[in-house]
Write a protein that binds this ligand. Sequence first.
Ligand code: ZN
Length: 223
Amino acid sequence: MNQEPVKVLVWFEGQHPADIYPQQIHGTIAQALNESGQVEAQIAEMQDPQQGIVDSVLAETDVLIWWGHLKHEEVSDETVGRVVDRVVLGGMGFIALHSAHYSKPFKTLMGTSCDLGSWREEAEPEHLTTLLPDHPIAQGIPAQWDIPQTEMYDEPFDVPKPDEVIFHSRWDRGEEFRSGCIWRRGEGRVFYFRPGHESYPIFDQPLVQRVILNGVLWCAQRT
Ligand code: ZN
């Protein structure tokens, strides 16, 4: 088995107010992954050369984590093409977090609109159920768990039928969502994980960090 650290690039579209995440979202995620000892994570932003997807780095990246929200359309088709080729032809893993359901690389990999049924930002708790407790992405995650403050998404989520749905979410007002889904695309693996709105400290939560680490190991084809 390959014991080398998994090389991860955490991509971020740009600045958010730093009151929730002093290191920004990408820095928070990368630090948690690096503390695991199983991953070498670095960060990139859209304002960096080649929109943060430098060819020489991309070629060495095992898993690309994507966080975008307001600037999806600013990502060039050329950048998207290089990312998608690296997944489909090169076997790189791709993890889309939260509002990256609308990112151009994810929509290209899915081939659908990736629209939500609806959404609300009201800081209500999200109740997650782990549907596949034996899946590698669910290791160390309880059968039922909550995130105290979230933005709500509702079905239908316009994606192709996932290979597996690992986590399901519901909210007290009745909305539901497939919050952890995986697909295979060519040589690569894709994981979508819903939690992670920028206004609440979700990426600081140990269970969220564990899911992302598990997702990295699965997308890197280590599990
Ligand atoms: Zn959001």
